[in-house]
Design a protein around this ligand. Sequence first.
Ligand code: PBG
Ligand code: ZN
Length: 330
Amino acid sequence: MENKYPMNQRRLRANIHIRELASTVVLDHKKFIQPLFVNQNLTERKDVPGMGDIWSDTIISVKETIKSDMKNGVTKFLLFPVPKDKYDQDFNFDFAVKVVKEIKAEFNSNIWLACDLCLCSYTSHGHCGILSPDHSRLLNAPTVSLLSDYALKLARAGADCIAPSDMTDGRIKAIRQILDNYELDHVSIMSYSSKFSSQYYGPFRDACDSAPNSHGLKNRKTYQISPQNLNDALESSFRDAAEGADMLMVKPAALYNDIISAIKQNTNKPVAAYHVSGEYASIELMANAGLLDKEKAHIETWTSLVRSGADIVISYASRHAKEWISRIEM
Ligand code: PBG
Ligand code: ZN
Protein backbone atom coordinates (compact mmCIF):
# COMPACT_ATOMS: atom_id res chain seq x y z
CA MET A 1 0.00 0.00 0.00
CA GLU A 2 1.22 3.52 -0.74
CA ASN A 3 2.41 5.63 2.26
CA LYS A 4 -0.22 8.34 2.79
CA TYR A 5 2.12 10.47 4.97
CA PRO A 6 5.49 10.68 3.23
CA MET A 7 8.26 12.76 4.78
CA ASN A 8 6.25 13.81 7.80
CA GLN A 9 7.98 16.79 9.49
CA ARG A 10 5.00 17.76 11.58
CA ARG A 11 5.41 14.87 14.03
CA LEU A 12 8.37 16.78 15.51
CA ARG A 13 6.25 19.94 15.80
CA ALA A 14 3.22 18.25 17.33
CA ASN A 15 3.51 19.44 20.93
CA ILE A 16 5.70 21.45 23.26
CA HIS A 17 7.47 18.36 24.60
CA ILE A 18 8.65 17.03 21.30
CA ARG A 19 9.49 20.57 20.11
CA GLU A 20 11.73 20.97 23.16
CA LEU A 21 13.41 17.64 22.48
CA ALA A 22 13.94 18.36 18.81
CA SER A 23 15.17 21.95 19.18
CA THR A 24 18.78 22.71 18.35
CA VAL A 25 18.99 26.00 20.28
CA VAL A 26 18.62 26.26 24.04
CA LEU A 27 18.89 29.77 25.48
CA ASP A 28 20.63 30.20 28.83
CA HIS A 29 20.50 33.49 30.75
CA LYS A 30 24.02 32.78 32.01
CA LYS A 31 25.30 33.63 28.52
CA PHE A 32 23.85 37.16 28.61
CA ILE A 33 25.54 40.50 29.34
CA GLN A 34 23.58 43.58 30.47
CA PRO A 35 24.83 47.00 29.25
CA LEU A 36 24.80 49.85 31.79
CA PHE A 37 25.01 53.59 31.11
CA VAL A 38 26.45 55.74 33.90
CA ASN A 39 26.35 59.46 33.16
CA GLN A 40 28.23 62.07 35.19
CA ASN A 41 25.81 64.81 34.10
CA LEU A 42 22.84 63.25 35.89
CA THR A 43 21.57 63.73 39.42
CA GLU A 44 18.98 60.99 39.05
CA ARG A 45 18.47 58.14 36.65
CA LYS A 46 17.01 59.14 33.28
CA ASP A 47 15.23 57.22 30.50
CA VAL A 48 17.03 56.75 27.17
CA PRO A 49 14.75 58.12 24.41
CA GLY A 50 13.35 55.43 22.10
CA MET A 51 14.51 52.58 24.31
CA GLY A 52 11.46 51.88 26.44
CA ASP A 53 12.49 50.93 29.95
CA ILE A 54 16.23 51.46 29.44
CA TRP A 55 17.77 54.28 31.44
CA SER A 56 21.05 56.01 32.24
CA ASP A 57 22.21 55.81 35.84
CA THR A 58 24.14 58.07 38.19
CA ILE A 59 27.17 56.69 39.99
CA ILE A 60 24.85 56.12 42.98
CA SER A 61 21.81 54.67 41.21
CA VAL A 62 23.87 52.20 39.15
CA LYS A 63 24.41 50.16 42.31
CA GLU A 64 20.65 49.86 42.80
CA THR A 65 20.31 48.84 39.15
CA ILE A 66 22.93 46.13 39.57
CA LYS A 67 21.30 44.86 42.78
CA SER A 68 17.97 44.57 41.08
CA ASP A 69 19.53 42.96 37.99
CA MET A 70 21.26 40.40 40.20
CA LYS A 71 17.88 39.45 41.67
CA ASN A 72 16.82 38.75 38.10
CA GLY A 73 19.77 36.48 37.45
CA VAL A 74 22.19 38.91 35.77
CA THR A 75 25.83 38.68 36.81
CA LYS A 76 27.64 40.04 33.74
CA PHE A 77 27.66 43.72 32.83
CA LEU A 78 29.10 45.98 30.12
CA LEU A 79 29.66 49.47 31.46
CA PHE A 80 29.48 52.70 29.42
CA PRO A 81 30.80 55.61 31.47
CA VAL A 82 29.73 59.03 30.14
CA PRO A 83 31.89 61.90 31.49
CA LYS A 84 30.65 65.46 31.99
CA ASP A 85 33.58 67.19 30.25
CA LYS A 86 34.76 67.01 26.63
CA TYR A 87 38.40 67.02 25.59
CA ASP A 88 40.71 67.38 22.60
CA GLN A 89 43.78 66.73 24.71
CA ASP A 90 44.67 66.12 28.38
CA PHE A 91 41.90 63.57 28.74
CA ASN A 92 40.66 62.86 32.23
CA PHE A 93 39.37 59.36 32.94
CA ASP A 94 38.71 59.84 36.68
CA PHE A 95 34.93 59.47 36.46
CA ALA A 96 35.08 56.10 34.66
CA VAL A 97 37.73 54.90 37.10
CA LYS A 98 35.58 55.98 40.06
CA VAL A 99 32.51 54.19 38.68
CA VAL A 100 34.45 50.94 38.18
CA LYS A 101 36.04 51.20 41.65
CA GLU A 102 32.75 51.85 43.40
CA ILE A 103 30.92 49.05 41.61
CA LYS A 104 33.67 46.53 42.29
CA ALA A 105 33.99 47.68 45.93
CA GLU A 106 30.32 46.89 46.42
CA PHE A 107 29.93 43.70 44.36
CA ASN A 108 33.44 42.23 44.14
CA SER A 109 33.53 38.92 42.33
CA ASN A 110 29.76 38.43 42.60
CA ILE A 111 29.60 40.18 39.24
CA TRP A 112 31.75 40.27 36.13
CA LEU A 113 32.32 43.81 34.94
CA ALA A 114 33.47 44.62 31.43
CA CYS A 115 34.10 48.26 30.60
CA ASP A 116 33.69 49.73 27.13
CA LEU A 117 36.88 51.45 26.01
CA CYS A 118 36.43 54.32 23.58
CA LEU A 119 36.88 58.06 23.34
CA CYS A 120 33.70 59.15 21.54
CA SER A 121 31.96 60.17 24.79
CA TYR A 122 35.07 62.19 25.69
CA THR A 123 36.02 64.04 22.51
CA SER A 124 34.48 67.41 21.64
CA HIS A 125 33.99 66.18 18.05
CA GLY A 126 32.39 62.84 19.04
CA HIS A 127 34.88 60.67 17.13
CA CYS A 128 36.34 57.54 18.68
CA GLY A 129 39.91 58.87 18.82
CA ILE A 130 42.28 61.76 18.15
CA LEU A 131 41.74 63.71 14.92
CA SER A 132 44.38 65.40 12.78
CA PRO A 133 44.51 69.20 13.30
CA ASP A 134 42.33 69.79 10.23
CA HIS A 135 39.86 67.11 11.39
CA SER A 136 40.21 65.19 8.14
CA ARG A 137 41.61 61.95 9.63
CA LEU A 138 41.45 59.86 12.77
CA LEU A 139 45.05 59.36 13.91
CA ASN A 140 45.89 55.78 14.76
CA ALA A 141 49.03 55.92 16.92
CA PRO A 142 48.01 58.65 19.40
CA THR A 143 44.59 57.06 19.77
CA VAL A 144 46.06 53.63 20.54
CA SER A 145 48.44 55.10 23.07
CA LEU A 146 45.66 57.04 24.85
CA LEU A 147 43.37 54.00 24.85
CA SER A 148 46.13 51.84 26.35
CA ASP A 149 46.56 54.32 29.22
CA TYR A 150 42.80 54.37 29.74
CA ALA A 151 42.65 50.54 29.69
CA LEU A 152 45.37 50.36 32.33
CA LYS A 153 43.41 52.75 34.58
CA LEU A 154 40.19 50.75 34.19
CA ALA A 155 41.97 47.45 34.85
CA ARG A 156 43.69 48.87 37.94
CA ALA A 157 40.29 50.11 39.13
CA GLY A 158 39.10 46.51 39.04
CA ALA A 159 37.44 45.95 35.66
CA ASP A 160 37.33 42.23 34.86
CA CYS A 161 37.39 42.84 31.14
CA ILE A 162 38.31 45.67 28.77
CA ALA A 163 36.10 46.01 25.69
CA PRO A 164 37.71 48.30 23.09
CA SER A 165 35.09 49.66 20.65
CA ASP A 166 37.15 52.33 18.88
CA MET A 167 38.29 50.32 15.81
CA THR A 168 41.85 51.62 15.49
CA ASP A 169 44.50 49.19 14.27
CA GLY A 170 46.81 47.52 16.75
CA ARG A 171 44.91 48.48 19.87
CA ILE A 172 44.42 44.93 21.09
CA LYS A 173 48.15 44.22 20.98
CA ALA A 174 48.97 47.49 22.74
CA ILE A 175 46.34 46.98 25.45
CA ARG A 176 47.37 43.37 26.07
CA GLN A 177 50.98 44.47 26.37
CA ILE A 178 50.38 47.26 28.86
CA LEU A 179 48.08 45.08 30.98
CA ASP A 180 50.65 42.29 31.05
CA ASN A 181 53.48 44.72 31.86
CA TYR A 182 51.60 45.88 34.95
CA GLU A 183 50.69 42.38 36.17
CA LEU A 184 47.13 42.64 34.99
CA ASP A 185 47.41 39.50 32.89
CA HIS A 186 44.21 38.18 34.50
CA VAL A 187 42.13 40.98 32.94
CA SER A 188 40.50 39.80 29.72
CA ILE A 189 39.88 41.65 26.46
CA MET A 190 36.62 41.44 24.54
CA SER A 191 37.28 43.12 21.24
CA TYR A 192 34.58 44.80 19.21
CA SER A 193 36.31 43.00 16.37
CA SER A 194 33.54 43.16 13.75
CA LYS A 195 31.99 46.51 14.40
CA PHE A 196 30.15 47.84 11.40
CA SER A 197 29.50 51.43 10.41
CA SER A 198 25.78 51.23 11.12
CA GLN A 199 22.59 53.26 11.26
CA TYR A 200 21.54 51.30 14.29
CA TYR A 201 23.60 53.11 16.95
CA GLY A 202 21.29 56.17 17.11
CA PRO A 203 19.66 55.75 20.55
CA PHE A 204 23.04 54.81 22.08
CA ARG A 205 24.72 57.96 20.75
CA ASP A 206 21.97 60.04 22.37
CA ALA A 207 22.49 58.26 25.67
CA CYS A 208 26.28 58.56 25.54
CA ASP A 209 26.45 61.98 23.91
CA SER A 210 28.82 60.44 21.37
CA ALA A 211 27.49 61.32 17.90
CA PRO A 212 30.23 62.54 15.51
CA ASN A 213 29.84 66.30 15.01
CA SER A 214 33.15 67.38 13.46
CA HIS A 215 33.43 69.96 10.68
CA GLY A 216 35.87 67.51 9.07
CA LEU A 217 35.12 63.80 9.35
CA LYS A 218 31.33 63.47 9.19
CA ASN A 219 30.93 59.79 10.01
CA ARG A 220 32.86 56.75 11.25
CA LYS A 221 33.37 55.09 7.86
CA THR A 222 37.18 55.46 7.89
CA TYR A 223 37.47 53.33 11.01
CA GLN A 224 34.35 51.16 11.33
CA ILE A 225 33.73 48.28 8.91
CA SER A 226 31.57 48.67 5.80
CA PRO A 227 28.43 46.48 5.90
CA GLN A 228 29.41 45.55 2.34
CA ASN A 229 32.75 44.03 3.30
CA LEU A 230 32.70 40.51 4.73
CA ASN A 231 36.46 40.12 4.14
CA ASP A 232 37.22 43.11 6.34
CA ALA A 233 35.10 41.70 9.17
CA LEU A 234 36.94 38.39 8.98
CA GLU A 235 40.42 39.91 8.68
CA SER A 236 39.76 42.32 11.57
CA SER A 237 38.45 39.53 13.77
CA PHE A 238 41.30 37.11 13.11
CA ARG A 239 43.82 39.93 13.51
CA ASP A 240 42.33 40.89 16.90
CA ALA A 241 42.34 37.24 18.00
CA ALA A 242 46.00 36.96 16.99
CA GLU A 243 46.83 40.17 18.87
CA GLY A 244 45.42 38.73 22.09
CA ALA A 245 41.67 39.30 22.19
CA ASP A 246 40.10 36.66 24.43
CA MET A 247 36.62 37.19 23.03
CA LEU A 248 35.41 38.51 19.70
CA MET A 249 32.25 40.45 18.96
CA VAL A 250 29.88 41.08 16.09
CA LYS A 251 27.93 44.32 16.21
CA PRO A 252 25.15 45.01 15.23
CA ALA A 253 23.90 41.45 15.63
CA ALA A 254 20.64 40.50 14.00
CA LEU A 255 21.43 41.96 10.57
CA TYR A 256 24.82 40.26 10.70
CA ASN A 257 24.00 36.63 11.41
CA ASP A 258 26.13 35.61 8.42
CA ILE A 259 29.15 37.30 10.00
CA ILE A 260 28.52 35.56 13.33
CA SER A 261 28.47 32.17 11.58
CA ALA A 262 31.53 32.87 9.48
CA ILE A 263 33.59 33.97 12.48
CA LYS A 264 32.33 31.18 14.71
CA GLN A 265 33.30 28.60 12.12
CA ASN A 266 36.82 29.97 11.79
CA THR A 267 37.93 30.61 15.36
CA ASN A 268 37.91 28.92 18.74
CA LYS A 269 37.38 32.20 20.59
CA PRO A 270 34.00 32.86 22.21
CA VAL A 271 31.92 35.07 19.91
CA ALA A 272 29.62 37.72 21.37
CA ALA A 273 26.69 39.17 19.43
CA TYR A 274 25.72 42.72 20.40
CA HIS A 275 22.06 43.45 19.70
CA VAL A 276 22.50 47.21 19.58
CA SER A 277 20.37 50.16 20.64
CA GLY A 278 18.69 50.69 17.25
CA GLU A 279 17.88 47.01 16.93
CA TYR A 280 16.37 47.10 20.41
CA ALA A 281 14.45 50.29 19.57
CA SER A 282 13.02 48.67 16.40
CA ILE A 283 11.39 45.98 18.52
CA GLU A 284 10.21 48.63 20.98
CA LEU A 285 8.58 50.68 18.18
CA MET A 286 6.80 47.70 16.66
CA ALA A 287 5.62 46.52 20.06
CA ASN A 288 4.26 49.99 20.86
CA ALA A 289 2.41 49.99 17.54
CA GLY A 290 0.83 46.65 18.43
CA LEU A 291 2.67 44.91 15.60
CA LEU A 292 4.49 42.30 17.66
CA ASP A 293 4.94 40.89 21.13
CA LYS A 294 8.08 42.45 22.53
CA GLU A 295 9.10 39.55 24.75
CA LYS A 296 8.65 36.94 22.03
CA ALA A 297 10.46 39.16 19.53
CA HIS A 298 13.49 39.33 21.82
CA ILE A 299 13.46 35.57 22.39
CA GLU A 300 13.24 34.98 18.63
CA THR A 301 16.10 37.41 18.00
CA TRP A 302 18.32 35.87 20.68
CA THR A 303 17.55 32.43 19.26
CA SER A 304 18.72 33.55 15.83
CA LEU A 305 21.98 34.87 17.26
CA VAL A 306 22.73 31.66 19.17
CA ARG A 307 21.67 29.53 16.19
CA SER A 308 24.17 31.48 14.06
CA GLY A 309 26.93 30.64 16.51
CA ALA A 310 26.96 33.36 19.18
CA ASP A 311 28.32 32.08 22.50
CA ILE A 312 27.49 35.33 24.28
CA VAL A 313 24.52 37.67 23.84
CA ILE A 314 24.75 41.36 24.71
CA SER A 315 21.19 42.65 24.91
CA TYR A 316 19.54 45.65 26.56
CA ALA A 317 16.85 43.20 27.69
CA SER A 318 19.32 40.78 29.35
CA ARG A 319 17.77 41.63 32.71
CA HIS A 320 14.60 39.87 31.51
CA ALA A 321 16.35 36.88 29.95
CA LYS A 322 15.99 34.46 32.86
CA GLU A 323 12.30 35.14 33.37
CA TRP A 324 11.35 35.32 29.69
CA ILE A 325 13.30 32.20 28.77
CA SER A 326 11.64 30.19 31.53
CA ARG A 327 8.12 31.43 30.73
CA ILE A 328 7.92 31.88 26.99
CA GLU A 329 7.78 28.93 24.64
CA MET A 330 8.58 29.45 20.99
C1 PBG B 1 31.21 53.60 20.98
C2 PBG B 1 30.16 52.57 20.91
C3 PBG B 1 28.99 52.59 20.13
C4 PBG B 1 28.25 51.47 20.53
C5 PBG B 1 28.99 50.79 21.50
N1 PBG B 1 30.19 51.49 21.71
C6 PBG B 1 28.46 53.56 19.15
C7 PBG B 1 29.23 54.03 17.99
O1 PBG B 1 30.19 53.38 17.54
O2 PBG B 1 28.87 55.09 17.50
C8 PBG B 1 26.89 51.12 20.00
C9 PBG B 1 26.02 50.39 20.95
C10 PBG B 1 24.57 50.49 20.65
O3 PBG B 1 24.11 51.14 19.69
O4 PBG B 1 23.82 49.86 21.41
N2 PBG B 1 32.36 53.35 20.26
ZN1 ZN C 1 33.54 55.25 20.05
